[in-house]
Design a binder for this molecule. Structure first.
Ligand SMILES: [Zn+2]
Length: 511
């Protein structure tokens, strides 16, 4: 939080111009900053009823309490910020609430036990960070303490976060107490990497896999929080912000914290772009439009427009994947509104862009962009890589003859390219006759049984052509030459664009 930026403090500073008053006021500002509770903590769910996005788990745990079948140990698995610790605390409160005489599905949230558990400071509910207490000595200490009965509540509950970080020795020490736990002890393990928790521990726990929270649920909670905090906002802020959180409620509220700390109201989508590096949606729509129009110069200009705003190539690729996915969904399932989280205006824009693409091209573009993301992270020339891929999309109909292109690139060497593509595409590619590359795409020389789906922008037809069989009589080239060709950045780029690998390379006898 930036000191002095919230409106009420600005006013206070303005009203007190003298030196001593400013000192006092700084003290106030400082204490206000210290007292600020981040939204993720302030709006942490307190009962099973208000845990967001994990209804099946909440329901199962509620039933276990009702029927008295609470396990000795639970393993909560899921990515960060999806509510594992929150659920662990709710379960602990339900087991230990002092307002009632037995475990309850409706903890009071007011008794000493509930209040202390809510802030992670209860005497009987011990929260341990597995990342910093990972050694065997830490677990031995835990075992020694576990035999003592709880101080005031029914159970002694150990919540071990990031449990996968424990050493093997520590896991083995933990196993001993898990095999025969005292009846007053419960364990709740939380982990983002359940595969690293040894099987002998897993088999002694009841495991729950926490789902990523849907953008729709996150959006709902963001609106609720903004309402509670009495912060003005524009509607078009909510969905992009919810999507940015990628399934984590904690991340969503942290992003909102950052926006609020700018002190600017109302909160808008523009702020998201300015302060959180979210790409300007108008510029992304423009870029996709240029690709759809097969306008090479326009595509490069639109890419430059995005890069000049300070976005990284990876951020641009991410945004393109997101937007192209929306177009693909609208194209494939126009009536299914539940698949898409778009405002009416965005839906119209996306629908208009969908006219410019065919589904196969969109599928190809999305997979190529996903591969591009990884390549960009290891590239010294990410911009060139991004631009080449975008041009590849825009000029898809020109990429018809791969072996000719390869031979031009490497002065006579012909590569047989083996296509890797989704099964669904293979089936479709099989139904299409190969397009002869030496003729323009619209030469009209197609076979009469040509399927109606003949998308000029589809890379499928051209990829089919890429399955060139090496002709007989050609000799294998030296491995050094082969390495030269395979290592050539231009060849790499073509392969990346085609989502293909080289199966063999042979020298062209004509050279
Ligand atoms: Zn209580």
């Amino acid at each position: 939080m930036q000191v002095g930026q919230s409106p009420q403090f600005k006013m206070f500073l303005w009203k007190t111009p003298t030196c001593s008053a400013i000192l006092t006021c700084e003290f106030w500002v400082l204490s206000a900053a210290m007292a600020y509770t981040v939204l993720a903590r302030k709006y942490r769910s307190q009962t099973f009823d208000d845990v967001i996005g994990q209804d099946p788990i909440a329901k199962t745990l509620r039933n276990a309490i009702k029927t008295g079948k609470v396990a000795h140990a639970y393993l909560f698995a899921g990515t960060r910020g999806v509510g594992k610790t929150t659920m662990a605390r709710v379960l602990a409160k339900s087991l230990n609430c002092l307002a009632v005489g037995a475990p309850t599905t409706q903890p009071c949230c007011k008794c000493d036990s509930c209040v202390a558990i809510s802030i992670g400071e209860d005497i009987d509910v011990i929260e341990i960070d597995g990342a910093t207490n990972r050694g065997v000595d830490n677990v031995r200490e835990l075992r020694e303490n576990a035999i003592f009965r709880p101080a005031r509540a029914r159970f002694k509950i150990y919540i071990i976060d990031e449990v996968h970080m424990l050493t093997t020795e520590a896991f083995n020490a933990l196993l001993k107490i898990l095999e025969e736990p005292p009846s007053h002890v419960k364990f709740i393990f939380a982990t983002t990497e359940p595969n690293k928790v040894i099987p002998t521990i897993q088999s002694r726990c009841q495991r729950f896999d926490f789902r990523n929270i849907s953008p729709a649920k996150i959006a709902e909670q963001l609106k609720f929080v903004l309402g509670q905090e009495k912060i003005q906002y524009q509607e078009d802020l909510i969905l992009p912000l919810a999507k940015m959180a990628t399934g984590s409620m904690r991340d969503a509220l942290s992003l909102l914290d950052r926006l609020i700390s700018t002190g600017i109201e109302p909160l808008t989508a523009e702020l998201l772009q300015e302060f959180l590096g979210q790409p300007n949606s108008e510029k992304i729509y423009n870029l996709i439009g240029q690709i759809g129009d097969s306008d090479a110069a326009g595509t490069l200009a639109a890419a430059e427009d995005l890069i000049s705003t300070g976005l990284s190539e990876v951020q641009i690729a991410d945004a393109l994947i997101d937007f192209m996915r929306d177009i693909m969904v609208i194209k494939s399932a126009p009536g299914e509104s539940d698949f898409l989280l778009l405002t009416a205006e965005q839906r119209k824009r996306t629908g208009d862009l969908a006219e410019k693409f065919d589904t196969a091209a969109l599928i190809y573009n999305i997979t190529a962009l996903e591969r591009l993301r990884w390549a960009l992270k290891n590239s010294d020339t990410p911009r060139a890589l991004l631009e080449a891929t975008l041009l590849r999309f825009a000029l898809a109909q020109h990429f018809l003859n791969v072996d000719e292109l390869m031979s031009q690139l490497k002065g006579g060497a012909t590569a047989a390219v083996k296509k890797k593509e989704p099964t669904s595409l293979k089936a479709k590619a099989g139904s299409q006759p190969p397009v002869t590359s030496h003729e323009p795409p619209d030469a009209g020389d197609r076979k009469p049984d040509t399927s109606k789906e003949q998308p000029p922008k589809s890379p499928v037809a051209s990829e089919e052509q890429a399955k060139t069989q090496p002709s007989t009589g050609q000799s294998e080239i030296s491995s050094q030459r082969k390495n030269e060709i395979v290592g050539d950045p231009a060849v790499k780029m073509v392969l990346l664009g085609l989502n293909a690998t080289i199966s063999s390379i042979e020298e062209n006898p004509s050279d």
